[in-house]
Structures are given as structure tokens and as C-alpha cells.
Design a protein around this ligand. Structure first.
Ligand SMILES: O=C([C@H](O)CO)[C@H](O)[C@H](O)COP(=O)(O)O
Length: 177
């Protein structure tokens, strides 16, 4: 029963959100930084891994080996609320240096959204929102699931758009597992 509820809720995500501009944005960005807190960050990490396998330089914010972000870099932020304190600070720093920000969120009325050049809206509600009709799941669960799925679907679209094969990606998979 709850399986069906979750799958139905995930269908709120439209299937035509990977437009050419976003595919081009990632293609043109040599270095991509990814930031998310809590469960949103865990889901976004799965996309960071795929970006590496697609041939990009991907850095998860918070890892000690991360370089400084610069004007030519892309910062992807996943945040249901767009208001999580440390992510607001990351967006401010990225803006100061002139980096491009691509936010994945549930709305456009947030501090981070206002600093972002690109915003992708995913199904779910902000973790700060009260229970509503958007989802029966607690807090940001639907959004966090959507982050994982959007990353996977974007990966498939990117493979098709730039003719990247699975063997190309497998060759870039970690061999220290
Ligand atoms: O871990 C989370 C929490 O359990 C809500 O479901 C959130 O992902 C984390 O707090 C980050 O929040 P957002 O930045 O609003 O996604």
C-alpha cells in the first residue's frame, strides 16, 4: 500500500524537465561542485558519482580534498527548502566568486533560489512545510527520492545527448571498492 503511495507521488515529477539548456550547462562545465545537507545530500552524492563516470570532475562539498570554487565552475545544490543554513552560505560564497548555481528544490521562493541561475523543481514539499496534500510522506522524503531519480534520469538523457556509452562510464567507475 505505501509502495503504491510513494510511486504515485513520484509520478508528480514531470518527465520533460531535462531541457537542452541544462544538458549544455553540465556539458560546458568542466568542474561541478555538489552540495546538499542530510538526506538531500546523500541523494545528490549518487549524482556526483555518475557525473564522474560521465567524464566530469565532480566534487562533493564537505570532502576535505575539495578545491576552491571559481567563476568557471558549476555548483549544484539540492535543497527542498532552499533555506538550509550552510547551503545558503555556500550559495553566497559561490555567487561572490561568480560561479554558476543550479538549484534543485521544491519552489522558487527561497534564499538560494534567488541566487541561482538555474532552478529545477522536483516533487515534494519543503522540510519546513506543514503536512499538506503534496505528499503523505514525512518532511522532505518525496523530494529526497526525487533528487535521486532526477539524477539518474538526467544521466540517461546526458548519455543519449552526448552519445556516452555504458562502457565509457564503467571504465571510470571506482576500482577501490
Ligand atoms: O535530512 C533531511 C531531513 O531529514 C528532511 O527530510 C534534509 O534532507 C536536510 O535537512 C536538508 O534539508 P533541505 O536543504 O531543505 O533539503
Amino acid at each position: 500500500m505505501n509502495w503504491q503511495t510513494v510511486l504515485t507521488e513520484l509520478a508528480q515529477n514531470v518527465d520533460d524537465m531535462n531541457d537542452e539548456a541544462l544538458l549544455g550547462l553540465v556539458n560546458q562545465s568542466e568542474r561541478i561542485f555538489l552540495a546538499g545537507a542530510g538526506r538531500s545530500g546523500l541523494a545528490l552524492k549518487s549524482f556526483a558519482m555518475r557525473l564522474t563516470q560521465l567524464g566530469k570532475q565532480a566534487f562533493v562539498v564537505g570532502e576535505t580534498t575539495i578545491p576552491a570554487i571559481t567563476a568557471s565552475d558549476l555548483l549544484v545544490i539540492a535543497s527542498s527548502s532552499g533555506e538550509t543554513t550552510q547551503l545558503v552560505q555556500f550559495a553566497a560564497t559561490a555567487s561572490e566568486v561568480g560561479a554558476t548555481i543550479w538549484l534543485w528544490s521544491t519552489g522558487t521562493d527561497s534564499t538560494i533560489a534567488r541566487q541561482s541561475q538555474f532552478v529545477t523543481l522536483l516533487a515534494g514539499k519543503s522540510k519546513f512545510a506543514d503536512a499538506d496534500t503534496t505528499t503523505k510522506q514525512p518532511m522532505g522524503s518525496l523530494f529526497e527520492q526525487s533528487v535521486w531519480l532526477f539524477g539518474d534520469i538526467f544521466t540517461m538523457d546526458y548519455m543519449q545527448r552526448y552519445q556516452i556509452t555504458e562502457s565509457f562510464m564503467k571504465a571510470r567507475h571506482s576500482n577501490l571498492e
